[in-house]
Ligand binder design. Sequence first.
Ligand code: ATP
Ligand code: MG
Length: 360
Amino acid sequence: MQQHQQATTTSSVGTSAAGGRSPIEQGLHADPGRYRVLTGDRPTGRLHLGHYFGTLQNRVRLQYLGVESFILVADYQVLTDRDVAENLDAAVQGLVLDYLAVGIDPARATIFTHSAVTALNQLLLPFLSLVSVAELGRNPTVKDEIAHSRQSSVSGLMFTYPVHQAADILFCKATVVPVGQDQLPHLELTRTIARRFNARYSPRADIFPEPAALLSAAPLLLGTDGGKMSKSRGNAIALADDADETARLIRGARTDSIRRISYDPAARPEVSSLVLLAALCLDRDPHAVAEDIGDGGSGALKTVVTEAVNEFLAPIRARRMDYAQDPGIIRSVLRKGNEHANAVAEATLEEVRKAMKTSY
Ligand code: ATP
Ligand code: MG
């Protein structure tokens, strides 16, 4: 395994938002080789604009900055809130197509499925011993996902979701995790687990780094109903939707009755999220976008957003269709990614075994 120096971070959350670089961003630019990225998605449906502006854009940027990147297809985690993993294979294929379409390059990044990486999953056992049931019960993201879950009772896997995620992040000793805001409590638990593991089993030389979250300028993009845009909540604009479907979804988006358009996320969350979406697609300041629309009201706002989104997504959609013509590409991307992830995970597990004195 390639020797990887651990990056020290001064803060647990960085941001790539405009208006001054965070210490993490500065470090990434100064010395990308010191960092390692892990992030991923559950194959529960097609990726949407929340993913794009919340995390995918950062992943592609960091990949081209030269940061070693692992992109996880979290297939086991589909089982947390779905009774059966219906059409899992198709969902995994769609997710990898979305990755390729947005510019994640399998020659530079390791795209893998965690179900195929045995040693990663084995980390779950020692990690589970390091957290209390009360700590897991307090996790606000798990509570929220339980509230939206389609199951009548909470499975053990759902409850331990953040610990499994710690295994996902720590198996490759990731130092930077580009995520949306909902993931911050999970990442905090990963940091706690890394700290406790090091303190208990390897106090003189840390085995695991404490990874930092990297938030974008849109860490919580709202969906058409005003709630967090989510694959599973029927409020998303998918990257792969066509232009007409996109126009229909934006037409139906919730707004408010104030005619003058402004960018004020606290007071006007729905309108501001639409303004932000247009601004992100146009690479402009959201206040300036709102100013231009002025007294045009929701109708004019929606026209601007629809045009901006469709123009922005056109090349991504075209690339997705091209990749979909190649039937073998998904399997070969995952075969290569899984092979590399397995090698990395086995090396980490070997270190863990030695530290725990269970290396026989
Ligand atoms: P599900 O409804 O199945 O939970 P999801 O849409 O929430 O799906 P995830 O796979 O849970 O998507 O999340 C993948 C990544 O995308 C995470 O880093 C998450 O923080 C980020 N993300 C998801 N939704 C948004 C959003 N609306 N805004 C910003 N980031 C988001
Ligand atoms: Mg989610």
